[in-house]
Design a binder for this molecule. Structure first.
Ligand code: ITT
Length: 191
């Protein structure tokens, strides 16, 4: 079976390959990183569906997409679906620095946040979706070189280090993306 992952984000593609290799060894995952329609949805689910439907339509193959981001409690769930362009640019460091600046007066005990990932899978058989949530808190400053995006400012619940300080295998065994992708793998292995 061949699946196409609709993403232009190489970090996501690497993480998903690592997660799926262990769960669905017989499945090949190709990546489609061509033109993608505007993400006009108002939820992770709507945006994931826009991306997955587009690639299923273009390739005729079963396709999936990941829409994800970080939701900070005290900010009412923002940046949420706007995580990738929170500062008005797609630059990860600029986005992180804006978030840290916005939270500069918020104390350690009020910095709860979650990474959220919704995966939409679209095939001739229909559409399904899966969501993973990884709880934690926003650090006082960026730390670590691993991962991507907001990983250097996210401290997963139960840890004192940021997601960017965790080995990739550890992040990929518990993250929001791991939780969503493993649900999709379980669904596919039951087909
Ligand atoms: P595609 O839409 O092409 O897949 P994208 O990077 O634009 O790639 P999103 O629209 O889903 O993806 O935006 C997700 C943003 O949320 C991403 O750019 C990161 O800033 C952040 N993000 C999501 N998952 C993350 C993770 O595991 N670690 C750190 N940041 C993450």
């Amino acid at each position: 079976m061949e699946l196409i992952f609709a993403t232009g984000n190489q970090h996501k593609a690497n993480e998903v390959q690592q997660i799926l290799q262990q769960r669905l060894p017989g499945v090949t995952v190709g990546t489609y990183d061509g033109e993608s329609p505007a993400e006009t949805g108002t939820s992770f689910l709507e945006n994931a569906l826009i991306k997955a439907r587009n690639v299923h339509q273009l390739t005729g193959k079963p396709a999936f997409a990941d829409d994800s981001g970080i939701s900070v409690e005290v900010m009412g769930g923002a940046p949420g679906i706007f995580s990738a362009i929170w500062s008005g640019t797609r630059d990860d460091e600029t986005n992180r620095n804006l978030l840290l600046a916005q939270l500069q007066d918020i104390s350690v005990e009020h910095r709860q946040a979650s990474f959220v990932c919704t995966v939409a899978f679209v095939s001739d058989g229909g559409e399904v979706s899966f969501t993973g949530v990884w709880p934690g808190a926003i650090a006082l400053e960026a730390r670590g070189d691993g991962g991507f995006g907001y990983d250097p400012v996210f401290i997963p619940e139960g840890f004192e280090v940021t997601a960017a300080e965790l080995p990739a295998e550890v992040k990929n065994s518990m993250s929001h993306r791991f939780l969503a992708i493993t649900q999709m793998a379980d669904y596919l292995s039951q087909l």
